[in-house]
Design a binder for this molecule. Structure first.
Ligand SMILES: C[S@@+](CC[C@H](N)C(=O)[O-])C[C@H]1O[C@@H](n2cnc3c(N)ncnc32)[C@H](O)[C@@H]1O
Ligand code: SF4
Length: 346
């Protein structure tokens, strides 16, 4: 709305001025009604629409085996099958993920070091770092099968090694089932921590807080071990894995309340590397691939599988993953995950 007053007598200058004003107001009206052009709308295609909003598999957890040599009573990824993909098929799937913009792969299980005495895992780690050039390659293990030879062969290709330890009291580990026979879980933990330092792999610890360890104070041990991250999980129930009729474990007796979990966290508030994960944060904030390379959707409190990425591709399978990208970011899922970017004192 521009207001301009002009002379009304029809002189030449007046007429000229009138002409200028009307030209100017025409140009102005065009400028004011200008909108950014929209891309042409393609015909409605529900499937295409869904695929376009598919989350990016930035960080993926590949549980390539369900077999394990431990018997943790609360375990939520149990030996329901003994299937493991042939190595070349696993590599093909990892390549598909990389083409869909995966940046971080974490190998888990079951126990990832069981298959072919750690060779299957080592070859995948090397493939992901050397061939796929992934910024971050990591492993979560119970630590019982790792050898110094493995570090010599594959340590260069590994960014982070997380070892699970739920207690610094050996008898509590035995009660939980976090052990193979009478072998010391803690001796392994300290040995691996030293190898990580020697072979330049970032060392991490995972602990599941449950009824058996909730009153423990782990501050001193964690401070001494000095991991880059200490993940502290509230023990989680998953129907069909560690709860319900078809489950191989019964984890109800391990479950703690939110308040008990909070008290544990408060007791360890001086530990700066602690990263807490309540049930709420944990449930949908991981992209989990099972032994067939199917995404597992945990939204219903159980693990519902998608089709395999090897059969339908990443974009279609990931739509059935139940992945909550916002929660992934909220729980700090994106962090400095390449050892090259960590300021570590090797
Ligand atoms: C399923 S395990 C597989 C890797 C390896 N066997 C290990 O124990 O580290 C992966 C991680 O999940 C954790 N975990 C297992 N059962 C859990 C549960 N019910 N709630 C929360 N975390 C759990 C383990 O402690 C471990 O850190
Ligand atoms: S949590 Fe325990 S039982 Fe489950 S896979 Fe890991 S070591 Fe094995």
């Amino acid at each position: 709305p521009c207001h301009v007053s002009v002379q009304t007598s029809p002189t030449w200058t007046g007429m000229l001025l009138q002409l200028c004003i009307s030209t100017l107001s025409y140009v102005l009206s065009k400028v004011c009604s200008y909108r950014t052009p929209r891309p042409p709308v393609s015909p409605p295609d529900r499937k295409l629409g869904e695929l376009q909003t598919a989350p990016t598999p930035t960080s993926v957890n590949y549980h390539f085996t369900r077999k394990c040599n431990y018997k943790c009573g609360f375990c939520f990824h149990t030996a329901k099958t003994s299937f493991v993909l042939p190595l070349e098929e696993a590599k093909r799937g990892l390549k598909l993920l990389k083409e869909s913009r995966m940046e971080k792969i974490n190998f888990s299980g079951g126990e990832p070091y069981l298959e072919d005495k750690g060779e299957f895992l080592g070859k995948l780690v090397q493939y992901c770092k050397v061939d796929l050039q992934l910024p971050s390659v990591s492993i979560v293990s119970n630590g019982s099968m790792i050898t110094e030879r493995w570090f010599q062969k594959y340590g260069d290709y590994l960014d982070i090694l997380a070892i699970s330890c739920d207690s610094f009291d050996e008898s509590t580990n035995q009660l939980i089932g976090r052990a193979q026979g009478r072998k010391s879980h803690l001796d392994n933990l300290y040995k691996i921590r030293n190898w990580c330092q020697q072979y330049k792999v970032a060392f991490k610890i995972n602990s599941v807080i449950n009824t058996f360890n909730v009153d423990e104070d782990m501050t001193e041990h964690i401070t001494e071990l000095n991991p880059v991250r200490w993940k502290v999980f509230q023990c989680l129930l998953i129907d069909g894995e560690n709860a319900g009729e078809t489950a191989l474990r019964e984890a109800e007796r391990f479950i703690i309340s939110d308040q008990m979990f909070q008290e544990f966290l408060e007791r360890h508030s001086s530990v700066s590397c602690l990263v807490p994960e309540s049930n709420e944060k944990m449930r949908n904030s991981y992209l989990i691939l099972d032994e067939y390379m199917r995404f597992l959707d945990c939204r219903q409190g159980r693990k519902d599988p998608s089709k395999s990425i090897l059969d339908v591709g990443v974009k279609e399978a990931i739509c059935f993953s139940g992945f909550d990208e916002k929660m992934f970011l909220k729980r700090g899922g994106k962090y400095v995950w390449s050892k090259a970017d960590m300021k570590l004192d090797w």
